[in-house]
Design a protein around this ligand. Structure first.
Ligand SMILES: Nc1ncnc2c1ncn2[C@@H]1O[C@H](COP(=O)(O)OP(=O)(O)O)[C@@H](O)[C@H]1O
Ligand SMILES: NC(=O)OP(=O)(O)O
Length: 319
């Protein structure tokens, strides 16, 4: 019997541990270290849909494209997002298939190129706010902005990065296929990088849009629309804190969605880093009040599921 449906949403930064470890083989190593926790969930009876970020990786593709511009035609941003779905999806499919086989579990694993409809009138197109690619010092970032026409911004106290538009996800085009596959016991990797942003015209035709959707917001939509029981967001910290990075810092085990919303309003969560994760879970729980949200480090997923780690957001008492 199924333990329920879980959407597990990995951050792109969680795959790129630091600048010394951003090569593709290192990213794959991180995925290999991460998948046993997902296979533990599968072994315990969960149906799992995996999704992932792509912020660093999509920026690397655009940068490679710029550097090669004299020789080969550039990669438009929607295609760069699709490229990251292919490459990161491949990492998860390969690593999950190997781990399932090593444990004698027979489950098909697929990665799906996924499109997410956005509203071309979304105000996010007027202010590119999604950080992508490498981290720079301010001087270097501003030089790239002057020389290459980038927009740049400081990212959560970690350095300066290129930014692109990040509209709200409205509809996941391949939702029905994801639901069918997951319902039949296939492990599905979908919605990578928030999905390739597309606009739908009056005739229903889809057109690619130059944007990078926030994967936490897309994961919340995916989890709500699939009727998931759990939205788990593995990221760079073991738990969520209030007064993060200050002497008053307090790590949280459990939060109600109401308290989480109060802490968001009080500014406890990094803009563009932790805040979208907490908000994604609040949005998901608004659609699925009996479900749960979990934020933890990838290696702690299994402990968190037995209640021994992570920050849970669900009905109940705060702790
Ligand atoms: N209140 C907070 N509690 C815990 N971590 C926080 C908080 N505010 C900001 N952060 C930062 O947010 C990071 C997670 O965001 P990010 O690296 O953007 O995620 P992703 O894994 O999706 O790429 C954490 O590693 C931590 O540095
Ligand atoms: N698309 C997206 O939100 O990616 P990251 O989680 O890597 O920033």
């Amino acid at each position: 019997m199924s333990a329920g449906l879980a959407v597990v949403a990995f951050g792109g930064n969680a795959l790129v541990r630091d600048p010394e470890h951003e090569s593709i083989p290192y990213q794959y190593e991180t995925v290999v270290r991460t998948v046993p926790a997902i296979v533990d969930m599968i072994a315990k009876g969960w149906d799992v849909v995996v999704t992932h970020g792509n912020g660093p990786q999509v920026g690397f593709i655009l940068r490679r494209s710029e550097l090669a511009a004299a020789e080969v035609a550039p990669v438009p941003l929607d295609y760069a997002v699709a490229d990251t779905q292919g490459a990161i999806g491949y990492m998860f499919v390969k690593a999950l298939s190997n781990e399932l086989a090593a444990r004698g579990l027979r489950r098909p694993v697929v990665s799906l190129v996924t499109q997410t409809v956005v509203d071309p009138a979304d105000p996010a197109f007027d202010r590119p706010a999604k950080p992508i690619g490498s981290f720079f010092d301010e001087e270097t970032a501003r030089r790239y902005a002057d020389e290459l026409g980038w927009t740049v911004a400081e990212d959560s106290g970690r350095g300066w990065r290129r930014t692109v538009a990040s509209p709200e996800p409205v509809e996941i085009v391949e939702l029905g296929t994801i639901r069918d596959l997951a319902g039949r016991g296939t492990v599905v990797v979908a919605g990578g990088g928030g999905g390739v942003a597309v606009a739908r015209d009056g005739d229903g035709r889809l057109t690619g849009v130059e944007a990078v959707i926030d994967k936490d917001r897309a994961a919340a939509l995916l989890a709500a629309e699939l009727g998931a029981d759990l939205l788990a967001i593995p990221t760079g910290v073991d738990r969520v804190a209030i007064h993060f990075g200050t002497p008053q810092e307090r790590w949280l085990d459990h939060l109600t969605p109401e308290t989480a919303a109060e802490y968001v309003a009080e500014g406890h969560f990094g803009e563009g880093s932790m805040r979208p994760k907490v908000e994604a879970i609040i949005d998901f729980l608004r659609a699925r009040p009996a479900a749960s949200g979990l934020i933890t480090a990838p290696h702690l997923l299994a402990d968190a599921l037995s209640g021994a780690a992570g920050t849970w957001i669900s009905k109940g008492d705060n702790a």
